[in-house]
Design a protein around this ligand. Structure first.
Ligand code: NAD
Ligand code: AHE
Ligand code: ZN
Length: 375
């Protein structure tokens, strides 16, 4: 198949909110600096649902969504040296070129090399898509487009992993689990003994709890409007549960009262701007730090009294948990193989690519953390 167009199945989002359609998609060969990957497993993340909903200003249609996956390199374009055919890989929506201003800064995991293309659904080389259906171009998504049997990504967006790692599990390290762990370890840098609040107990929030437990937090308070979340959350390190619906007071006040003045670190893992405000305002005066992880819809804005910051609270955000993708995803896979981090426990459902619309329905039900699709 090297150098040839491959026709395969992919789930195409033709329009916002309209069921995805499994189409025969033509996938062009990788050009210089590109890698074509046979995707074996992909999970769904809430961000896919967000873009599908039409609320993402970077969402372009028709497109092939998906960004939490694992597969095997089918072929590489000219000049690609870091991976070769047969390598087991995780596509990374956050690239790492190691050469750009961002990568060299040592201050961020964001990479500038291909971001102008991935934000508009094309490849950097010719600003075109490698996907088409009967000659009609289909946009890429987040530089990954994993809801397809084959995808083409930039070489700076591929993490090569241990061939012994089970791809049906480690696909989760392509987004949700890594993001939650990294938000705690890299962005907040939670210290032993800290009091932590986690807003939203989906996969990302539970991974925050897991990371906080590993960091030695003394109390991990989980906040969710679905009380059924607490049972599972305990297994990920949540020590106390608060349902805002059980209280008349604003949730920030409830937390301040529970913690003698506020928490040391809070994490918003929902994408709701009023919860983001609460997450900041439940932080302790003088030092409490709040990390925004959730993605909020186009047009939404955050607000608080500047006095909250004047009096020492810190507001931060994180993308992919601050992890340098190509360097650290393989390290996360190794930690999983050594049983130092959970992954299997986040997988509540397994379906096939053909059942992707059912999988999206599941995502909106409380009982689903991650649904892994066999592609
Ligand atoms: P999810 O839908 O599985 O989890 C969200 C949880 O929040 C659910 O348990 C829900 O019951 C709870 N919730 C909803 N409204 C609430 C409220 N008002 N108060 C308290 N709890 C509430 O989603 P997920 O896949 O875990 O992703 C979480 C968020 O993180 C999404 O916005 C996603 O787009 C974002 N995300 C960001 C990054 C990043 O790099 N920054 C990476 C992955 C995901
Ligand atoms: N396109 C959206 C922003 C989406 C967003 O913030 N994405 C996160 C990853 S979410 C993974 O589930 C991220 O890493 N952002 C940094 C980046 O470079 O995109 C919008 O609202 O415009
Ligand atoms: Zn995601």
């Amino acid at each position: 198949t090297q150098g040839q167009v491959i026709t395969c199945k992919a789930a195409v989002a033709w329009e916002p909110n309209k069921p995805l359609v499994i189409e025969d998609v033509q996938v062009a060969p990788p050009q210089a600096g590109e890698v074509r990957i046979k995707i074996l497993f992909t999970a769904l993340c809430h961000t896919d649902a967000y873009t599908w909903s039409g609320k993402d200003p970077e969402g372009l249609f028709p497109c092939i969504l998906g960004h939490e996956a694992a597969g095997i390199v089918e072929s590489v374009g000219e000049g690609v040296t870091d991976v070769q055919q047969g390598d087991h890989v995780i596509p990374c929506y956050q690239a790492e070129c190691r050469e750009c201003k961002f990568c060299k800064s040592g201050k961020t995991n964001l990479c500038g090399k291909v971001r102008t293309a991935t934000g508009v659904g094309v490849m950097m080389n010719d600003r075109k898509s490698r996907f088409s259906v009967n000659g009609k171009p289909i946009y890429h998504f987040m530089g990954t487009s994993t809801f397809s049997q084959y995808t083409v990504v930039h070489d700076v967006s591929v993490a090569k992993i241990d061939t012994k790692a089970p791809l049906d599990k480690v696909c989760l390290l392509g987004c949700g689990v890594s993001t939650g762990l990294g938000a705690v370890w890299n962005t907040a840098k939670v210290e032993p003994g800290s009091i932590v609040a986690v807003f939203g107990l989906g996969t990302v929030g539970l991974a925050v709890a897991e990371g906080a437990k590993a960091a030695g937090a003394s109390r991990i308070i989980g906040i969710d409007i679905d009380s059924k979340k607490f049972d599972t959350a305990k297994n990920f390190g949540v020590t106390e549960f608060v349902n805002p619906k059980d209280h008349d007071k604003p949730i920030q006040q409830v937390l301040v009262d529970l913690t003698d003045g506020g928490v040391d670190y809070s994490f918003e893992c929902i994408g709701n701007v009023s919860v983001m405000r609460a997450a900041l305002e439940c932080c302790h005066k003088g030092w409490g730090t709040s990390v925004i992880v959730g993605v909020a819809a186009s047009g939404q804005e955050i607000s608080t009294r500047p006095f909250q910051l004047v009096t020492g609270r810190v507001w931060k955000g994180t993308a992919f948990g601050g992890f340098k993708s190509r360097t650290q995803v393989p390290w996360l896979v190794e930690k999983y193989m050594k049983k130092e981090i959970k992954v299997d426990e986040y997988i509540t459902h397994n379906l096939t690519l053909g059942e992707i619309n059912e999988a999206f329905d599941l995502l909106h039900e409380g009982g689903c953390l991650r649904c892994v699709l066999k592609v």
